[in-house]
Design a protein around this ligand. Structure first.
Ligand code: LRH
Ligand code: MN
Length: 431
């Protein structure tokens, strides 16, 4: 059954028709350039088409900071409207066939209906995200933590929520649970650092024990925020040790914004691949902290260096290599749909450039300690203009050659603005 399409397919066809001739010429030229490097453009384009990224449901709404939130007109008010917006991103960009939901933000009484709606949009559910960093009315508070709280009753509440997320995920066809906790402390001495981690492991054992066969649990580390002195799962090392202790189906999730600014994240990725513990990513970009900016908008070279490690692992068949690629961004000043379209393309671009790395030459330069030639070999790939291949991959998959132009021409945002009246809450916070 053809997925239902929020954007009129004729508009995509009309816009593509105007751009096709130039694209074909650019594509042919790129083919000649790559042929001289013994690279088959058709093979590259096919590999670009195979990259699948999941959209965070919370990303199609406007983000915010602790100071304020400026909602975009017509932002989605429930999970069904979020799926509709995710379907626009998939229809135009053809790189995001899955969504990563967050509970209770995406709660729905009819989960079967939710799964069907997603299916009708051609969308599957990637990892479900639990939420034990916000209080719900009538619940014990997570003010002093959740899975690591000193009070067993609070830990049990947090464990039960994660088990509920697994149950929801099973009904949605998901096969992974992402566990990020904000647990930690704001003062030296406030928390017994060792005991807190012991409580974490004790709680996670109960959650991991409830994972259905074939499921994975992703541990997401974060240096700071909301805890401002110590976070229980602050870095990849802690995440790695816990994942190693908790079982083969427990892996580490790397959110790019969860590291100190100068951290060498591509090396963390290489380490996690080496030891079979790379579960997946929350891609975004940042300048200072967990800024959740658009992927590739600040430091596109870093995304390329990460994909350089991923492609290397893919080509050498690294054992247990099956990372989940997900975005996790917060859009404060752009249209979330446009930002997510551009971010998915940024991942396609980094992946394509990493596929262009002459790995034989790189390995030879590395073995010969020819630092300049090694670095030059990488930069040669990142300096390649592979846009014709990325556009052709999109067009051949039924998408728009220029998704942003089609999105704007569709006036989708305008019609949602009238369709989805907003009650201005004026409250701050990321969602
Ligand atoms: C924490 C985080 C986590 C999500 C939340 C929306 O900073 O990255 O992945 O649960 O953002
Ligand atoms: Mn994240």
């Amino acid at each position: 059954m053809r997925p239902s399409t929020p954007i009129n397919p004729e508009l995509i066809a009309k816009q593509n028709a105007r751009l096709e001739k130039d694209l074909d010429a650019d594509y042919e030229h790129l083919g000649e350039v790559l042929a001289r490097q013994r690279v088959d453009l058709e093979d590259l384009t096919a590999r670009i088409q195979r990259l699948a990224v999941a959209i965070p449901t919370w990303g199609v709404g406007s983000g915010g900071t602790r100071f304020a939130r400026f909602p975009v007109a017509g932002e989605p008010r429930n999970v069904f409207e979020k799926l509709e917006d995710c379907a626009v991103i998939q229809q135009l960009g053809r790189a995001t066939p899955a969504v990563s939901p967050h509970f209770p933000w995406d709660r729905a009484d009819d989960l079967g209906g939710l799964r069907e709606v997603a299916h009708n949009y051609g969308l599957a559910f990637d990892a479900v995200n639990s939420n034990t960093f916000e209080d719900l009315p009538g619940q014990l508070s997570y003010k002093f933590g959740s899975l690591t709280h000193t009070d067993r009753a609070v830990r049990e509440q947090a464990i039960a929520h994660n088990l509920e997320c697994i149950e929801i995920g099973k009904q949605l066809g998901s096969r992974a649970l992402t566990v990020w906790i904000g647990d930690g402390s704001n003062f030296p001495g406030q928390q017994n650092l060792g005991a807190a981690l012991e409580r974490y492991l004790e709680s996670m054992r109960e959650i991991v024990a409830a994972l259905p066969p074939g499921w994975r649990a992703f541990i997401e580390h974060k240096l700071y925020e909301p805890a401002l002195y110590s976070s229980v799962i602050a870095d990849w090392g802690t995440s790695f040790i816990c994942a190693s202790r908790l079982g083969a189906n427990v892996q580490c999730l790397v959110d790019l914004g969860h590291h100190a600014p100068t951290t060498n994240i591509e090396q963390i990725v290489a380490r996690l691949i080496q030891f079979g513990k790379l579960g997946g990513f929350h891609f975004n970009d940042s300048k200072y902290g967990d800024d959740d900016l658009d992927t590739g908008s600040v430091n596109p070279f870093q995304i390329f260096l990460i994909f350089n490690e991923l492609v290397d692992a893919e080509l050498r068949g690294a054992p247990g290599f099956a990372p989940a690629y997900m975005l996790d961004q917060s859009h404060n000043v752009t249209d979330p749909i446009e930002s997510l379209l551009e971010s998915a393309t940024a991942l396609q671009r980094a992946h394509a450039q990493a596929l262009m790395v002459d790995r034989e030459a790189l390995r030879a330069a590395q073995e010969a300690n020819d630092a300049l030639m090694a670095n030059r070999t990488l930069r040669a790939a990142v300096n390649m203009d592979l846009e014709p291949a990325i556009k052709m991959a999109r067009k051949r998959a039924g998408g728009a050659i220029d998704p942003i132009a089609v999105f704007r021409a569709s006036r989708y945002r305008n019609c949602k603005a009238s369709e989805r009246p907003q009650e201005l809450t004026g409250k701050s916070g990321i969602v």
